[in-house]
Design a binder for this molecule. Structure first.
Ligand code: UDP
Length: 370
């Protein structure tokens, strides 16, 4: 007899949703995490009464009503709408690319004028089928926006030329010809009141949780602990990098408590020129309309992942995607292991997509009896 039905490696969103659903179905789950806290990269630390998004800003957004209802079972969401500002040298622009951006850029008023300028800039480029991020961006917004708001930021974030990056990355951003600074097109959006950590804690009720526990060491000592494993770490590491390393980007945060109430007047300010070394500054209190006397800011620096540091973003370019497919083929042979999450699926997932994937996995599991 195995002690648990599932050993879940990683107490992030994928693992927590999976554990919650299986516990609800009468299964016994043990969730382990190598960090000293739950919630993976959506973990928040409270500093000066402010929820600090320790592993980068997370704004929940989805168009899937089922997923929205699902997260609302674990937390009430506030009405935060993400509207980042871009700082390019001494110029400030609204994001995403919308009439506020265009009117500032070209001193124009109407959608017709904006479209005419973009069409004019595109016409000289002759791009029919965009092959990479640069071509995709140019064919959407023309050269001015690309040069000032996309090129520098993207190259800092990904450490690669825009010509070497997949087009889909830029399609995450809305483009609209109305005066609307909402960064997302999704129907539902917000930040959980009480923070993400409390939300995940609720999901994990009824599961056993072991922190500061490395999966590889744990499984060596406890090979028979569970009938199945859910692994949400790096898929290439699971296979001991036997086919080579997948590439990831990592982010380093320089977090500071400032003795002032309001530093930048917005939760997110992106620095889109190459000269400023960080990609953005997050002022955490603004995600929750905080009125604390102090404020906490994080400057975000992006670099290539190396062993020993935290991976954040998979790099879904051609080279890595084909290596991932080979790892996926190995994963399919592991009959008692389920891979999931951003690192297990090597996918640039948003939170709602992680939950969708976890719920789909649960359905698949429920269909085969453990
Ligand atoms: N991006 C950009 N300029 C910006 C913000 C984003 O060019 O000011 C591009 C960049 O290539 C980035 C992509 O849009 O990788 C997706 O941005 P998003 O804000 O979705 O990234 P995340 O919040 O996941 O880091």
């Amino acid at each position: 007899m195995k002690k648990y039905d599932y050993l879940i490696a990683g107490a992030g969103l994928f693992g927590a949703v999976f554990a919650h659903e299986m516990t609800k179905r009468g299964k016994k789950c043990l969730v382990i995490d190598k960090r000293n806290h739950i919630a993976g990269n959506i973990y928040c630390e409270t500093v000066e009464g402010i929820h600090v998004h320790k592993y980068g800003a997370h704004i929940f957004h989805t168009s899937n009503k089922e997923i929205w209802d699902y997260v609302n079972r674990f937390a009430e969401f506030n009405n935060y709408i993400n509207s980042p500002v871009a700082s390019y040298k001494d110029e400030l622009y609204n994001l995403p690319f919308n009439m506020n951006t265009f009117s500032r850029m070209w001193n124009i008023k109407t959608p017709k004028e904006a479209k005419r300028i973009i069409e004019g800039q595109k016409a000289d480029l002759n791009i029919s089928e965009p092959k990479n991020l640069e071509e995709q961006a140019l064919s959407l917004v023309g050269t001015d926006i690309y040069e000032k708001l996309i090129k520098g930021y993207t190259e800092k974030q990904w450490g690669r030329a825009c010509t070497e990056l997949p087009a889909f990355i830029i399609k995450r951003l809305p483009l609209r010809f109305i005066y609307d600074n909402n960064y997302f097109n999704d129907r539902y959006q917000g930040i959980p009141i009480g923070g993400y950590t409390a939300m995940v804690e609720k999901m994990l009720e009824g599961s056993n949780v072991l922190l500061e526990t490395d999966y590889f060491e744990f499984i060596k000592k406890n090979p028979d602990i569970a009938k199945k494993t859910v692994y949400t770490g790096m898929i290439d590491e699971y296979f001991d990098f036997q086919l080579g390393h997948l590439e990831y980007r990592t982010v380093r945060f320089e977090t500071e408590v400032l003795d002032e109430e309001n530093y930048q007047g917005n939760a997110v300010v992106n620095y889109t020129d190459r000269e400023v070394p960080y990609t953005r500054i997050i002022e955490h209190k603004h995600f929750e309309f905080g009125t604390q006397p102090k404020t906490v800011i994080s400057r975000e620096y992006s670099s290539e992942w190396k062993p020993g540091i935290e991976p954040y973003y998979p790099i879904n370019d051609e080279k890595n995607s084909s290596l991932y497919e080979q790892y996926q083929a190995l994963a399919q042979k592991e009959k008692n292991v389920i891979f999931g999450g951003r690192l297990g699926h090597y996918k640039y997932y948003d939170m709602d997509k992680v939950i969708e994937a976890a719920l789909a996995c649960v359905e698949k599991e429920a269909a085969v009896s453990v």
